[in-house]
Design a protein around this ligand. Structure first.
Ligand SMILES: [Mg+2]
Length: 275
């Protein structure tokens, strides 16, 4: 069933929802434009952890999707904020993209490569993962027994085109957990509702007036359930109509759309806008 109401705020997953690789999906540009005309709040909430906010903005603009940096919420920034709040003096070892290290340093979080000093290992999408890097983190857990493991996001892989995908943070988490016999203590990114709840609080918008839109049940739809917002699954990426039918009550989406052209009420001008 397609949405029969407007929301004050719309949170969008990016890959599989707005685009596949470098291709923008049907209805995306027009629907975002209409939401802006109707003065709806738009936020982009991706688990993609290889870019910071500026990187995401550059990518969206290249796709022809206009956005401000304040509309983009990233797992890199949320992870830095989590460390700053809970472990401001910790020394961390990031296994991820250069933007992750850059953002940690920007937030004055101490970065180290010395296993004897590492308090927190951050697993992320590390395209330069190597045995020597694994061995450093392993020593911090196994030999020095001092570090905890956290991760920017839980994804096993991310879509980059029809029936194609690339490995994501999951392989880094698995390598560390399996080799050192430890468990990841905190995973930022969807379905962790921290970012979504914090942004709604900042905006002063109730979860019941927000819609999370995405293509993956275990992240996008689950985060909506965890944050108490409504959800819309789009069938342009990870999920099919069969998945919708098979979804249990804990993960059932509020709405189902074939693509984003169906996201606004069919009789858009007759349905009242919440203020
Ligand atoms: Mg997606």
């Amino acid at each position: 069933m397609t949405p029969e109401r407007w929301y004050q705020a719309y949170f969008f997953d990016i890959d599989g929802t707005l685009c596949l690789g470098d291709t923008v999906l049907p209805g995306v540009i027009e629907t975002l434009q209409l939401l802006r005309e109707k003065k709806r709040v738009i936020r982009f909430l991706s688990n993609e952890s290889s870019s910071d906010r500026e990187g995401h903005v550059r990518r969206l603009k290249k796709l022809g999707i206009d956005c401000d940096s304040e509309e983009v919420l990233t797992t890199i920034e949320a992870t830095s904020a989590w460390i700053s709040e809970r472990y401001p003096d910790a020394k961390v070892y990031p296994m991820g993209a250069p933007d992750l290290t850059k953002n940690l340093e920007k937030n004055r979080i101490q970065v180290t490569e010395s296993p004897a000093e590492i308090d927190i290992v951050i697993a992320s999408c590390d395209q330069h993962f190597s045995y020597p890097k694994l061995a450093k983190a392993f020593d911090a857990f196994y030999t020095y027994k001092r570090a905890i493991l956290i991760a920017t996001n839980p994804d096993r892989h991310g879509p980059n085109g029809p029936n194609t995908a690339t490995p994501d943070t999951g392989f880094v988490i698995a390598a560390l957990e399996r080799s050192a016999g430890i468990e990841c203590q905190m995973v930022m990114g969807k379905p962790n509702p921290t970012m979504l709840i914090a942004e709604l609080a900042k905006l002063g918008i109730s979860p019941s007036d927000a819609l999370m839109v995405g293509d993956t049940f275990e992240t996008d739809i689950q985060v909506a359930h965890n944050a108490g917002t409504d959800s819309a699954v789009t069938l342009t990426g990870d999920s099919t109509l069969e998945d919708v039918v098979a979804a249990g009550p804990q993960i059932r989406p509020t709405w189902v759309v074939e693509d984003l052209s169906q996201l606004v009420p069919a009789a858009a001008d007759q349905v009242p806008l919440p203020s």
